[in-house]
Design a protein around this ligand. Sequence first.
Ligand code: FPP
Length: 232
Amino acid sequence: MSVPQHVAIILDGNGRWAKAKGLPRTAGHTAGAKNVETIARDAYDLGIKYLTLYAFSTENWNRPDEEVEALMKLLGSYLKTCKAVAKKNNMRVRVIGDKTRLSDDMQKQIRELEEESAAYDGFDLTFAINYGSRDEIVRGIRKMNKEIMSGDLSVEDITEENFSKYLDTADLPDPDLMIRTSGEQRLSNYLLWQLAYAEFYFTPVPWPDFSKKDLQEAVEAYENRDRRYGKV
Ligand code: FPP
């Protein structure tokens, strides 16, 4: 039985979780943020090596200002506390997405966190912030094209393998398993290139309630499919 090495999760359902409890949507995001650390620890316990979480999409800017502000505040304060957590748990933390649209303070937090945790190798946690897969691919094409224009790269160098190195996930293996919580069965512009061969697992459980047991069930479903079909 093989545990997936890399699990990517679309954290969905914070709003519906809050609504069902008669709470404001932001209370759902707060509960969702709390669950991030718990699930990262559970993933580690289950033998998963890489965890990549969709925390804020390029489309999320279209939400009401108040909600965007609350999400940015949660992410900002999480990144601050994350430094100590990374050190304690020998955990490398990265952020993928277009960071240029984030506040200067957040960009600084991210730089420090990525630099300070770069040598930790016990577990790999990646947050997708202001992330959209099409945007990432376009940025990758631009970067590659600049090198072609300057003569550092030739058109023949454009291969699948080389192109992967121009994506934000350049140093990460492709995810083996993608989980989406809260019932929707869509990719929502998440890791389109990287998920080409991944198994997909959808659960009705909203993100704030997603537990170790739910993660274990997703891993078991992955293991069963892996055993039945092998990798294609
Ligand atoms: C979807 O819920 C979730 C998000 C928009 C982002 C996820 C953010 C967090 C868990 C909080 C901050 C994260 C970290 C890493 C500290 P939704 O609002 O779309 O739910 P709904 O579909 O039920 O409305």
